[in-house]
Write a protein that binds this ligand. Structure first.
Ligand SMILES: [Cu+2]
Length: 484
């Protein structure tokens, strides 16, 4: 079935032998040899029942059925992806810092893996945390071609039970039809689109501040279900935990378009990392999570038998999904898929409070790029600096060794979770207020807001920088950054 292998180690490598010979030198002191065992990840079709109806989706699984990958910091990421979905695909390792040719963005990092073929990956893992993997090909992500990528490190406690909670949005409508309907401005698959907001934008092709003045527009796709580890609250995953024990929740928002507030119910959680990177801990019961972001939350479970639902309530609505933590032999009550109270729109109130445990070294920026987040809701064109990306769009220039700042200015009425590939960045400014915020890889920029992130240009190549809302990305809210 696998007729040929594609190698993405090096743009100049012409055979496996030359490629492998290069690796030890590239890998640096902390590397193991590239004889480390290779993990097979298969891209597969998978039947899934949602709300009692059958659906055909995708999955990323190991031969033994395990979903995604669990590894450890300091090991090599040595993976073969086998494409068994019958169409081209390519997997992005969200939040990792591979050589750029292994970053998994079709047309930027390399070609997609043809149906029936495979690609090999091999690079050192510099840090641990909660990451994830997903297809960056077309609209495949909407069909759940995503999985956790957990990298253990010295922060993990032996007495702590790890629980992964991966969120997703689901529709029975094929993603191409969802996108076509958005483009036509059809209200059919669009939820509660505020008609006053849309009307205000008619004809404002150049977007600009008129859009920012419009009413915030949150969920423009109407989903059939919201999933937690691929299940709804009609039949949620129930995770056995120890009364009096310690749980580390690793929450991944793999949704295509949907942001949530995590609701821990009666438990207090200690948020210890965002997007894999440690922060000064923040205690709370409700935490916002934008598309593509991750939250690591420590829970101290009270002694005694009880159930603890961990819920995610859709931004701007009361739809919810989640899992149930089950301590002892308490009875498990049915949880409705609507919350008593609607979740508000996500804000940056928490982001402003986050402080990186290991901030970037203080340094003046050598270069700052301003990225106006622009678009036209009526025709569903999304862009950066009014350019909807094409392969002809010139990359943003950066030079190796520079401290670079990116200023995101959201001139649209929708929030945009902005993601930079191949680098971790630090949030250093919100609405002109400087602070030493979280190190992470995806930051939310709400309507009308100005957010600055800083990063060190230490991983040369051609890198994607984009809004992580799938249909915004597809419509052109994407660019690249290049340095060698
Ligand atoms: Cu967007």
């Amino acid at each position: 079935m696998l007729s040929r292998r594609a190698f993405f180690f090096s743009a100049v490598a012409t055979s496996a032998a030359t490629t492998l010979a290069r690796l030890p030198a590239e890998a640096g002191a902390n590397a193991e040899t590239s004889n480390a065992p290779q993990t097979i990840l298969r891209l597969e079709r998978r039947a899934l029942e949602v709300n009692g109806k059958p659906a055909s989706v995708f999955a990323i699984s190991q031969p033994d059925g395990a979903t995604g990958l669990v590894t450890r910091s300091g090991a090599r990421f040595r993976v073969r992806v086998e494409n068994g979905i019958g169409e081209p695909s390519l997997i992005h390792w969200h939040g990792l810092t591979p050589p750029w040719q292994q970053d998994g963005v079709p047309g930027v990092s390399g070609p997609p893996i043809p149906a029936g073929e495979s690609a090999d990956y091999d690079f050192p893992l510099r840090f641990g945390g909660t990451f994830w993997m997903h297809s960056h090909q077309g609209l495949q992500e909407q069909l759940l071609i995503a999985a956790p990528l957990i990298i253990h490190d010295q922060r993990d406690r032996p007495d702590e039970q790890e629980v992964v909670l991966m969120l997703a949005d689901f529709t029975f409508t094929p993603p191409e039809e969802v996108f076509a309907a958005l483009r036509k401005g059809s209200k059919m698959p669009m939820a509660g689109a505020p008609s006053n907001g849309s009307a205000g934008m008619e004809g404002s092709k150049s977007a600009g501040m008129t859009m920012a003045a419009a009413k915030p527009d949150l969920n423009d796709v109407k989903y059939d279900a919201f999933l937690a580890n691929r299940r709804t609250l009609g039949d949620p995953e129930v995770v056995k935990i120890e009364p009096g024990g310690c749980v580390l929740l690793r929450i991944i928002n793999s949704s295509s378009m949907s942001a949530f507030h995590i609701d821990l119910g009666e438990l207090d959680g200690e948020l210890i990392a965002v997007d894999g990177f440690e922060i000064a801990p923040v205690t709370g019961k409700r935490f916002p999570i934008a598309v593509a972001q991750r939250l690591d939350i420590r829970l101290a479970i009270p002694s005694g038998a009880a159930t603890y639902p961990v819920l995610a309530v859709l931004e701007g609505e009361n739809k919810q999904t989640g899992i149930v933590l089950h301590a002892g032999n308490a009875a498990i009550a049915r949880i409705p898929d609507t919350a008593a109270l609607a979740s508000p729109a996500l804000t940056l109130d928490l982001e402003r409070r986050l402080r990186a445990a290991a901030p970037l070294e203080p340094r003046k920026a050598d270069r700052r790029h301003t990225l106006n987040l622009t678009g036209n809701m009526a025709s569903y064109v999304w862009s950066l600096n009014n350019v909807a990306w094409t392969k002809e769009t010139p990359p943003l220039p950066v030079a190796q060794g520079e401290r670079v700042e990116l200023l995101f200015v959201n001139q649209t009425p929708m929030p945009h979770p902005m993601h930079l590939h191949g680098h971790e960045f630090q949030v250093v400014e919100i609405n002109d207020q400087r602070f030493s915020g979280a190190v992470r890889d995806t930051v939310l920029v709400p309507p009308g807001h100005r957010v600055v992130v800083a990063f060190d240009a230490n991983n040369p190549g051609l890198w994607a920088l984009h809004c992580h809302l799938l249909y915004h990305l597809e419509a052109g809210m994407f660019t690249t950054l290049r340095y060698v």
